[in-house]
Design a protein around this ligand. Structure first.
Ligand code: DX5
Ligand code: ZN
Length: 234
């Protein structure tokens, strides 16, 4: 396998838009094309009105890539799935705080299982969810669409929210706190990724933008390079 090239802006293709019949090949292709993470969307037909993939699929793709698997839990309740995903090879686990009863405990549970921990905030969820758990966070994921489906349009009010989240993280780190990654999820395309990075995101999920490209003649590599270029052009 050729070595994936490294890039300062992390792109995390969401396999929600991949060809599920060829998932192994699909994740190998995105790693080769420069993906920093595999974004793994878990939906339960309860917290969100859709049903996707679970720990067995995570375990199945794990041997196909060496980049981290970024598990985004859109499930309620949360805690029971954490050990299963950790055992299945997940590296980062984010969850929606309103879907668990004890946010602090859930964050600690994720770290206790050897994964990086994060909260995922819906477009209407306040950043105040970060208060009191800053020291427990490795990632904050801001949803720029309502969770449940790929291929939706980016919600513009995410941009000022990203700036505000970045300011909170910068203040925390300036005071000696640990690094917290800021991820944006939903509707990321080449024509808006520049503004998204300029607003403070360091990691961008991209589902339909990446997997919508044909993977013939290096299609994924072309779209990933275009996303990286546009991200830095801002
Ligand atoms: C939506 C998911 C996203 C989604 C992104 O609930 O969390 O990860 O797949 O897909 P695009 O990039 O197509 O908006
Ligand atoms: Zn997601």
């Amino acid at each position: 396998m050729s070595k994936p090239y490294q890039h300062p802006v992390r792109i995390a293709p969401s396999i929600l838009s991949a060809d599920f019949a060829r998932l192994g090949e699909e994740v190998r292709a995105i790693e080769k094309a420069g993906a920093a993470l595999v974004h793994f969307d878990v939906m339960d037909n309860h917290y969100v009105p859709n049903l996707t993939i679970g720990p067995l699929v995570c375990e199945a793709i794990r041997p196909h890539v060496s980049i981290p698997i970024d598990v985004h839990l859109m499930v309620e309740p949360v805690d029971a799935l954490i050990p299963l995903f950790a055992r299945a090879g997940a590296n980062i686990i984010t969850f929606h705080p309103e879907a668990t009863r004890h946010v602090d405990r859930t964050l600690q549970l994720i770290r206790d299982h050897g994964c990086l921990a994060g909260i995922a905030l819906n477009p209407a969820s306040p950043l105040d969810w970060m208060d009191h758990v800053m020291d427990r966070l490795d990632m904050v994921l801001l949803m720029s669409v309502n969770p449940g489906f790929g291929g939706q349009a980016f919600i513009p009010s995410t941009l000022p929210k990203l700036q505000a989240a970045r300011a909170r993280i910068a203040a925390h780190m300036a005071a000696g706190g640990q690094a917290i990654s800021l991820e944006v999820d939903g509707g990321v395309k080449t024509d808006n990724i520049g503004q998204i990075i300029a607003a403070g995101a360091d990691t961008c999920v991209a589902g339909s933008a990446v997997f919508g490209a044909p993977d013939t003649d290096g299609g994924y590599r072309t779209v990933m390079a275009a996303l990286h270029r546009a991200a830095l052009a801002a």
